[in-house]
Write a protein that binds this ligand. Structure first.
Ligand code: EPU
Length: 439
């Protein structure tokens, strides 16, 4: 964590409304999983619209190349072929720095009979356990042990099973889905997550030769097959990047077009934007987002797809500091996803946190002490300040705060933003923001 790029930060002079056109990148939360799934075949797989510059994707490809994959990257194309798995123990430093490594359990067990995967740690948005992943893999017949640093998965072939998730976890659904492709018989995942990134993974697996049914009642049914083949696939556009820039444009009283944004993946966001008095227009090649009149407050709660996504919450909160009145946001996916609020108060934001479920039905955290509801008072004239980024989505929301604040802001910790957004400073600059990256 000591390379010079890790110390880079952004300096922003606020006040310019964002105007212009940008193109959204491929989705980090899809591309990384597709790369993992490609290890299910010895053949070559090709990905188009791959966000090759983002750090989380680079960590994923580094892990796979240490396991035996040959990877070539050119512009937005990524080719990967894993003829042989040469090692099934994932490097501790790399593997513990990402939530992706644990998804390699299925491909490694299938091809090597064993996988040693670093135990993923908690992070600043919550404890992020992987109990649902482990329980699911055990049900498929995997033997799972744990030492101080790694989970050790072993199996000589997996068997289909009925797996009911307590919570529609994105990662657990993906893990079980990938692992069950070669399991003998049928696997049924009930209460599965059905995020667009999961559907993208299913589409890719289908092209490779898998048989997967998606029911309307959150059930995913996988019929085991014997072999998968190489294929090519276009990564879906990143709906989180779209939501982030949409909020930035509206908060700055601007008007932008985001090329390649897909309406289907953003229905709840679009409804919410219209409800608060901002506007959007679905155009030929994307979606236009623009400020129309004073924003109205709202009560929302984050949820699994097709609800209001937890990754949209942070940019949305910054946008709502500019609304006329009191907005309530109830975070129901992660227990600690408001950790970024304290720093924003240095810029004058009026946001109070509560450990109760405000504005909605009681959630899983109802009887906990976690501060998972926020009351956002607006409109607030934010003032430039020096603040430190705690995580990826919060990082983007600090950039929005800098763009709409009066005066200069210094936003430390560009490394967090680089994990999930490509060329972020260049994109903001092209929309007219006065932002520069400095070491
Ligand atoms: N959970 C458990 N046990 C498990 C798995 C999850 O209790 O075994 C809990 C988590 O602690 C959390 C909730 O379930 O409270 C949701 O976790 P989920 O597994 O759905 O999330 P994830 O797979 O770890 C992905 C994205 C996140 C995104 C969430 C929700 C990736 C790499 N990450 O995480 O994205 O917020 O789904 O949609 O796909 C980001 O991109 O910044 C990011 C955090």
């Amino acid at each position: 964590m000591n390379s010079p790029e890790n110390n880079s930060r952004f300096i922003i002079k606020g006040g310019n409304p964002l105007r212009g056109t940008i193109k959204v990148a491929g989705a980090k939360n899809s591309a990384t999983k597709l790369i993992v799934a490609s290890l299910l075949t010895k053949d070559k797989c090709t990905f188009y619209n791959s966000p090759n510059k983002i750090k989380d994707l680079q960590v994923t490809t580094k892990i796979c190349s240490l396991l035996g994959s040959k990877i070539e990257v050119k512009d937005k194309v990524l080719e990967i072929q894993t003829k042989e798995i040469t090692n099934a123990c994932i490097n501790q430093e790399l593997g513990s720095s990402t939530r992706i490594a644990i998804l390699l359990a299925g491909p490694l067990v299938h091809r090597f009979g064993k996988a040693e995967i670093p135990i993923p740690g908690g992070c600043r948005i919550g404890s992020r356990p992987v109990n649902l992943h482990i329980d699911g893999l055990k049900k498929l017949g995997c033997n799972v042990q744990m030492n101080d640093t790694h989970y050790i998965f072993e199996a000589d072939g997996l068997k289909g099973a009925e797996i009911n998730l307590d919570f529609p976890s994105v990662g657990a659904t993906e893990n079980i889905l990938i692992a069950s492709i070669f399991a003998k018989g049928k696997t049924v995942i009930s209460n599965a997550a059905v995020e667009p990134e999961i559907i993208d993974l299913i589409k890719f697996l289908q092209k490779m030769g898998a048989i997967i049914e998606v029911r309307t009642d959150r059930k995913i049914i996988i019929e085991g097959v014997k072999r998968l083949y190489g294929t090519s696939h276009r990564v879906i556009p990143d709906r989180n990047e779209v939501a982030s820039f949409a909020c930035a444009a509206i908060a700055s009283k601007g008007d932008i077009i985001i090329e390649d944004a897909i309406q289907d993946d953003l229905i709840t966001l679009l409804n919410t934007i219209r409800r608060v008095g901002a506007e959007y227009q679905v155009v030929e090649n994307g979606i236009r987002f623009f400020y129309k009149c004073k924003l109205r407050p709202i009560a929302i709660e984050t949820s699994v797809h097709p609800g209001f996504m937890t990754d949209w919450q942070q940019p949305f909160v910054i946008m709502m500091t500019q609304a006329n009145g009191i907005t309530i946001v109830h975070e129901t996916v992660y227990e600690k996803r408001f950790g970024y609020v304290e720093e924003l108060k240095k810029m004058g934001a009026e946001i109070e946190l509560y450990n109760t479920c405000l504005g909605g039905l009681p959630c899983r955290f109802a009887s906990s002490q976690y501060y998972h509801s926020a009351v956002v008072k607006g409109p607030t004239k934010l003032k430039g300040a020096e603040i430190n980024i705690p995580d990826l989505r919060a990082g983007f929301s600090y950039l929005i705060a800098g763009v709409i604040a009066e005066g200069e802001s210094i936003i430390n910790g560009a490394v967090y933003i680089d994990r999930g957004y490509e060329d972020i400073d260049l994109k903001f600059q092209s929309l007219g923001a006065d932002i520069k990256r400095v070491q």
